[in-house]
Ligand binder design. Structure first.
Ligand code: PGA
Length: 248
């Protein structure tokens, strides 16, 4: 049985004051939530998260990482640094990074490997654009993105990743994928995981991301292969984020 996982992706949002209020609100409102919760925050706020969340049920992590180990890579942050802040999760391959920073699937795969090497869990994002969906290329696109990662990892490492299906046309648009559309893709991704490691695939969590909010979370999360959510906008309000955690 997969424990549902709800991850807030703060993107490039936050301030020390706003974060303090948000984190306090999340922890205070968890009650007896049975889903796992985490926030992936801008790197300068990792210390603040560690201070505020250590000893609570909420995990934390980063939104990107360098594929390199420490060295002469100005502006980059390596996985061992993130591990020093006790990050549990690191998002890799978010579509905003693929689009604005030209990250390709090979680079994303190397980042996932760097995260695993430091004992953290990569959240590998995949997703098609609207044009690709309309051209009937969805499975080909997301399959290629996940395939690059699976190819680089050892089969036993498959058990240690989280996958996030985030259709680009649903991110920040208010237009979520329907539960049926998302379930179809998730089932396809799980089959692909199974082809690499049949024993691990049933345990890998596949999150949905793209305009998930309190109003649609329950229905999405009820589908058999939707194991949680990667939440952007709705993760910036404690009440909305908590509502999704409780829906899970
Ligand atoms: P959204 O973002 O929930 O604001 O659509 C999700 C994401 O990009 O991870």
């Amino acid at each position: 049985m997969r424990t549902k996982l709800i991850v807030g992706n703060w993107k490039m949002n936050g301030s020390r004051a706003a974060n303090a209020a948000l984190l306090e609100g999340i922890v205070a409102g968890l009650d007896d939530a049975r889903a796992e919760a985490a926030v992936c925050v801008p790197a300068p706020y990792l210390q603040q998260c560690q201070d505020a969340l250590a000893g609570t049920p909420v995990a934390w992590g980063a939104q990107d990482v360098s594929m390199h180990a420490c060295g002469a890579y100005t502006g980059e942050i390596c996985a061992s640094m993130l591990a020093e802040f006790d990050c549990r999760y690191v998002i890799v391959g978010h579509s905003e990074r693929r689009a604005y920073h030209r990250e390709d699937s090979d680079l994303v795969a190397r980042k996932a490997q760097a995260v695993l090497a430091e004992g953290m869990t990569p959240i590998v994002c995949v997703g098609e654009t609207l044009a690709q969906r309309e051209a009937g290329e969805t499975m080909q696109v997301v399959g290629g993105q996940l395939g690059a990662v699976l190819e680089l990892l050892a089969p036993e490492q498959v058990a240690r990743i989280v996958v996030a299906y985030e259709p680009v046309w649903a991110i920040g648009t208010g237009r979520n994928a329907t539960p049926d559309v998302a379930q179809d893709v998730h089932a396809g991704l799980r089959a692909q995981l199974a082809a690499r490691n049949a024993d691990a695939a049933p345990g890998v969590r596949i999150l949905y991301g793209g305009s998930m909010k309190p109003e649609n979370a329950r229905e999405l999360l009820a589908r058999p292969d939707i194991d949680g959510g990667l939440i952007g906008g709705a993760a910036l309000k404690a009440q909305d984020f908590l509502a999704i955690i409780h829906a899970a």
